[in-house]
Design a protein around this ligand. Sequence first.
Ligand code: SF4
Length: 365
Amino acid sequence: MKDQLSQFGEAFRDPQLARSMVTQLKTSARTPMRIMEVCGTHTMAIFRHGIRALLPPTVTLLSGPGCPVCVTDQNDIDGFIALAQREEVIVATFGDLMRVPGTYTSLQCEKAEGADVRVVYSPMDAVQLAQEHPDRTVVFLGVGFETTTPTIAAAILTAQQLKLSNFCVYSAHKTVPQALAALMKHPQVRIDGFLLPGHVSVIIGMEAYRPFFEAHATPCAAAGFEPLDILQGLLMLARQIEAGRPALENAYPRAVTEAGNPKARAIMNQVFVACDARWRGLGEIAGSGLAIRPEFSQFDAARRFKIAVVDMPPPKGCACGEILTGIKTPPECPMFRKRCTPMDPVGPCMVSSEGTCAAYYRYSS
Ligand code: SF4
């Protein structure tokens, strides 16, 4: 089975096919074009497979706001830290959030000072923690897009079935299509096409992008994360841009359908409802967040702990906001590789495994 899977994966890394697609891309992309890979997983895959170096000089790739940790607003990071400072709370989080600097400190620093912060690998691990510690309240830090939200909704439903009164979620979840629209309206941003995230598209389906596409008529292609998937998506975009015929195309049909995954969407909609949300770099975007529905309010950490959000600016001099909107690249930040490194990060884009600054640091000289 493992061999079959690896052979399947290899099929999407075939060097001969990749060369042919690069040649087609060079022929198709004749005029300069700026394409944004929305998702941090794409950013990492593009670097890892050396795809940037293969592209014709007419194609500029920009990294977008698709890293969940990076787009989490400074106020939410401070909110996470405020929760960790409460004695009765165990904070359960994915590891990427640990070192993200808040205004004054980070979860990692708070843990070193004695706060009970635990790294978990799934929201269900946090539910289990709550079962094991009935005298404490476990707060799971919910960040991420439509890919992770269904599993967090499932954890809340499980906690409800188990009648757990000591489990809740701080919801800082976000949705992708609304961010695309915000980017198109941003006065400093110029994007000719979007490479849409494969895993988010698996859940929401191509139809979820249609309102955005119809409003902005911007070339779009959903792509998987293997080199041939990415090249196919770029090729589709280059042809659309060159022909001046925007389309909403699917370069990942083996996983993405028009309707997406109805079960995952149903569970997500059962627990969450759209709300306005603040994004690092993009500010507040109407309808781009997911709040816990009032009927599940006992699992909503923000309501339960009434966290007072104080508007604090992002770290001084950090250009993460401009990186996430494609206005700047990491080497244009004066702190890149100097004051800011993965060992001592200033902003989240250098911390996260999907962060653009971390990708540039790791893969470019
Ligand atoms: S290099 Fe560091 S300080 Fe500069 S934008 Fe990236 S994360 Fe922020």
